[in-house]
Design a binder for this molecule. Structure first.
Ligand code: PLP
Length: 470
């Protein structure tokens, strides 16, 4: 809204002949560009003065919601604070100016940082070795499943075509298994929200390649039957895959390797505080237990990405681990868990809590209690924006109709969390007394409630510049 005076698109601010730059002198001398490569018409670029450009982009940047300007309890995404020291380390010219193809003897420090991170991840997870190659959690899943496929193939065990995935799993699990060429078989959850071991038993045979598990699972619950599940899965010759995207509450408390998992990925952009959102950048290192190291990218035919992965992200994660150190990293999980349980207990009289047990770092409400005033989860999410909070993850997991998945992380102060609880209560009251205020929210954001259906049916994805004569 504060852009109204200045226009919304930089193209709309353009005036012929205005300038905000002067090019440096050409340092490379003259060179000829062949005629067929030259454009015939001038590029249509906006022509603006410097102050207009500065205001335009500054105003846009202020319309962003980020963890640096507000509470961001986006469940499953672990929007924890990205400490400034991580940025400082990643920006060091000794790291930032490296070329991936430069000779190893000239970048020993960078390689040492990679090695240190690999060892730290191995120790944290209880596994033998990590590859840093994968660029995201889903990419890590694919890499891990390729390792599992290769494990079976090298033993000549080619009838294993299935991967078992819990019905509560993140959508990337079945997607990665399918992309890797496996058939996805769903295992049910119990009414308490954890894997149903009896259902699993009925699915296991010698055509199963792997079982994928998320722990804590997507409902924020600790999977208590893992020792039994690992025994069953291993005794039919399959491997155990750990989706470690949500490792946060486990740090320094327990280790997937000790629970019987063979392969896992870790989302550095969640648990290890590297910035993410808007689709990137990320890193999803993959670890394997002893005996599978030779199957990792770099050691085998499996190749999933160039060089050393998303190096600047890896540096941030390593800085985070070293900053906390062996002692303090153990406080992350208990604090994240305490914060989530505190919010859950403080709000469960106003919001529907379908699974009422101690949660880990996150939990799920199923909308407002008694669906007051016909107010839906979507409305609560929009209303939160008016109060300066990012919405939780909504309508996921799919097990409930009005899911609202809240993950506060360990970084937030008691005051911030109490403030959020207060706002959630206020919205619940509004739903009772003035439901239309909630249903038509947001009211204070630059853009109000958008028409989802119209946006889906008639998306306007490009800006068409109006030019005289067209
Ligand atoms: C975020 C998440 C993923 C996917 O990670 P990306 O980096 O977004 O690909 C997979 N599983 C779970 C449980 C997650 O929370």
């Amino acid at each position: 809204m504060n852009n109204r005076l200045y226009g919304n698109l930089i193209f709309e601010l353009s005036h012929e002949g205005r300038r905000a730059y002067s090019l440096p002198k050409n340092r490379f001398g003259a060179y000829e560009i062949p005629d067929e490569l030259r454009r015939k018409d001038d590029a249509r670029l906006p022509e603006c003065d410097e102050l207009t450009v500065v205001r335009h982009y500054t105003n846009h940047s202020e319309n962003n919601f980020g963890v640096d300007n507000g509470f961001y309890p986006l469940g499953s995404c672990t929007m924890k604070y990205n400490p400034a020291i991580n940025e400082e380390v990643a920006a060091m010219p000794e790291f930032a100016n490296l070329h991936p193809l430069q000779p190893a003897e000239t970048c020993q420090g960078a390689l040492e940082a990679c090695d240190g991170l690999q060892k730290a991840l191995a120790e944290i997870s209880g596994l033998a070795k990590f590859t840093l190659n994968p660029f995201a959690g889903a990419h890590g899943e694919l890499t891990g499943l390729m390792v599992i496929r290769s494990y079976h193939e090298r033993r000549g065990d080619t009838k294993r075509t299935k991967v078992i995935v819990p019905d509560s799993a993140h959508g990337t699990n079945p997607a990665s298994a399918a992309v890797c060429g496996f058939d996805v078989v769903e295992v049910k959850s119990t009414p308490e929200g954890i894997v149903d071991v009896d259902d699993l038993r009925s699915l296991l045979d010698d055509t199963v390649a792997a079982m994928m598990m998320t722990n804590p699972n997507t409902l924020g619950l600790f999977e208590r039957e893992i020792p039994e599940i690992a025994k069953l899965v291993h005794s039919c010759g399959a491997l155990m895959y750990y989706d470690g995207a949500n490792l946060n509450p486990m740090l320094g408390v327990c280790r997937p390797g000790d629970m019987g998992f063979d392969v896992m990925h870790i989302n550095l952009h969640k648990t290890f505080s590297t910035p993410h959102g808007g689709g990137g950048p990320g890193a999803g290192p993959v670890g394997v237990r002893k005996g599978l190291e030779h199957l990792l990218p770099g050691e085998s035919e499996i190749s999933v990405g160039p060089y050393h992965g998303n190096f600047a992200v890896l540096l941030r994660a390593y800085a985070y681990i070293l900053t906390l150190g062996r002692e303090h990293i153990k406080e992350v999980g208990p604090l994240a868990t305490l914060n989530a349980n505190y919010i859950k207990e403080s709000l469960k009289d106003a919001y529907e809590l379908p699974i009422d047990t101690t949660c880990m770092h996150e939990f799920v409400f199923d909308g407002l209690k008694d669906k007051q005033g016909g107010v839906a989860t979507m409305d609560v999410a929009k209303r939160l924006l008016d109060y300066g909070c990012h919405a939780p993850t909504i309508y996921f997991p799919l097990l409930f109709h009005e899911s609202m998945m809240i993950e506060p992380t360990e970084n937030e102060s008691k005051e911030t969390i109490d403030g959020f609880i207060d706002i959630m209560r206020r919205i619940a009251n509004e739903a009772k007394e003035t439901p239309d205020t909630v249903k038509s929210a947001p009211h204070n954001t630059p853009i109000g409630r958008v028409d989802d259906v119209l946006a889906a049916k008639h998306p306007v994805l490009t800006y068409r510049q109006m030019v005289a004569g067209e």
